[in-house]
Ligand binder design. Structure first.
Ligand code: HEM
Length: 500
């Protein structure tokens, strides 16, 4: 009995000693940290899967007094970058020391561009980059605008001549699902016509709110690679999802090769890569993994951007009116929606950027230090060192709401992104698509599908807040992407004088 008690006491002391040591990781390296609870660390500050509360608290506590601060997710130390010059160094200047994100491998779909590391990532990024040039976007413009036409038709039916209150987030997701589906597979996914279409169902499953607790999900994401290494049965994607993407890709490839079909879309460009190097350019599995990541990274980010933009335009009628006038002027000049007409709408561009400032898809960008990295002290003292293997977070949401960069940050003002205003701000003050060699590869495509969708809707419909509806949107805590948690319900009315 005495021995058992002694053993338990020793184990407890060891555990407490270890936790105490672990939670001084940052202090021991001269980097400030929010005071963690001696037993629970920052457990109770972990309120959302995207960690935005923890990052915001760290930013608010140390911004201005340090270039970098430390925090903890369970036992893992995270470095939070607070200084925009250091953000620029991590993402751009010293990118070679921060190439990777912390990622996990297992399922074939995880061998995608977002997840890959080191040389594998570099080689694939080089191969895929030509797929997303402005020239290639021009080719795909026709496909995007024909899906946008269907979006307009769906709205015509739902809104009628009397107007209606619509939940827009699902409608926008159906539009972007059909766009990505058409550009990636050349098949009509048909989810605008049929909300239960297979692609839309897969999309819903990928982003559905899991019933598991938020802290369990953060734990799983933080330690996934370790759990896999321990041989624990951790599933990354449901086997049905993997099967679905493998099947769709192999069917599409087979059809295109058999019928000699060419559509100048993502699939054609991936097929060109596959044929390079005598068929060794890209394997079928690699193709499926890339199509999967284009789908996952491409439809929810763009559809939530469109929903947030329409919500802000409904709240800010003067901005909506100014934007509609710009759209009508450009379309009057060009006669119809063309790539060139779209490119001549600077206020639309600013509106989308301001929407991404207020509602970035990712609340933080993450990188992994591949070697020890010295950060000079602001006051000429000893430098601090981020050790090799440290997870580095750039707190995008906190930066986008910093009143020093964006006065009255809760106000929606597209004028903040007029060229002169941008020149006066730090180049990394806006991070809606990340930055540097590992930024969003689909930026141009994402912007294009959002623009074509918004042009189609705003020229024909007026958006306003239904009486008594909330003037702030709630954002989900259960997803890595910042999505509206309860949809976006707006009053939609036909614009009286249409320009067809
Ligand atoms: C409005 C729409 C979009 C937003 C807001 C968005 C945002 C982002 C952000 C913030 C990142 C991380 C960048 C970084 O770490 O520096 C990213 C990465 C990525 N995005 Fe997007 N994205 C959008 C649309 C798309 C589309 C349409 C595609 C594909 C068709 C796409 C594919 C990717 C991929 C593959 C990566 C990983 C790049 C790499 O690691 O090399 N995204 N995106």
């Amino acid at each position: 009995m005495d021995f058992t008690l002694l053993l338990l006491t020793s184990l407890l002391s060891f555990l407490l000693g270890y936790l105490r040591y672990r939670f001084t990781y940052w202090e021991l390296r001269g980097i400030p940290q929010l005071r963690p609870h001696f037993l629970f660390g920052h457990f109770f500050r972990l309120q959302s899967v995207h960690l935005s509360e923890l990052l915001q608290e760290t930013y608010d506590a140390f911004r201005g007094s340090a270039k970098v601060a430390g925090t903890y997710v369970f036992l893992r130390p995270l470095a939070v970058v607070l200084d925009l010059d250091l953000v620029k160094a991590v993402l751009i200047r010293d990118f070679n020391k921060f190439v990777d994100r912390r990622s996990f491998h297992g399922d074939t779909l995880t061998a995608n561009l977002f997840n890959l590391q080191g040389e594998e990532w570099r080689a694939l990024r080089t191969k895929l980059s030509p797929t997303f040039t402005s020239g290639k976007m021009k080719y795909m413009f026709g496909t995007v605008s024909s899906v946008a036409k269907q979006l307009g038709g769906t709205f015509d039916e739902l809104v009628g001549s009397q107007g209606a209150v619509l939940e827009l987030h699902d409608l926008m997701a159906r539009y972007t699902t059909d766009v990505i589906g058409s550009c990636a597979f050349g098949t009509g996914c048909n989810s605008l016509r049929d909300p239960q279409a297979e692609f839309r169902q897969v999309g819903r499953r990928l982003f559905q709110n899991s019933n598991r607790s938020i802290r369990w999900r953060i734990f799983r994401m933080t330690y996934l690679s370790s759990l896999v290494k321990l041989g624990l049965p951790v599933r990354i994607f449901h086997p049905d999802i993997t099967k679905f993407f493998n099947r769709i890709v192999s069917e599409t490839v087979e059809l295109r090769e058999r019928e000699q079909i060419r559509r100048n879309d993502f699939m054609d460009l991936l097929l060109d890569l596959r044929r390079q190097e005598n068929g060794k350019g890209l394997t079928m599995e690699q193709m499926a993994a890339q199509v999967f990541v284009f789908f996952v990274a491409g439809f929810e980010t763009s559809s939530s951007n469109m929903s947030y933009a329409l919500f802000e335009l409904a709240k800010n009628q003067d901005v909506q009116q100014k934007l509609r006038m710009e759209i009508n002027d450009s379309l009057a000049k060009h006669g119809k929606i063309t790539y060139e007409a779209m490119m001549e709408m600077p206020y639309l561009d600013q509106t989308i950027t301001e929407t991404l400032r207020k509602y970035p898809a990712l609340s933080s960008l993450t990188r992994l230090a591949s070697e020890d990295y010295e950060i000079p002290s602001p006051d000429g003292g000893d430098p601090v060192v981020l050790e090799k293997g440290t997870s580095v977070h750039i707190p995008v949401l906190a930066i986008h709401y910093d009143p020093e960069m964006y006065p009255e940050p809760h106000e929606f003002r597209p004028e903040r992104f007029a060229p002169d205003a941008c020149r006066e701000r730090h180049p990394t003050a806006f991070l809606g698509f990340g930055d540097g060699p590992r930024n969003c590869i689909g930026l141009r495509f994402g912007r294009m599908q959002v623009k074509v969708g918004l042009i189609t809707l705003l020229r024909r419909f007026r958006f306003s807040l239904p009486p008594g509806s909330p003037t702030q949107l709630k954002v989900t805590k259960r997803n890595v992407i910042l999505l509206p948690s309860e949809g976006v319900r707006l009053q939609v009315d036909p614009v009286e004088s249409r320009l067809m």
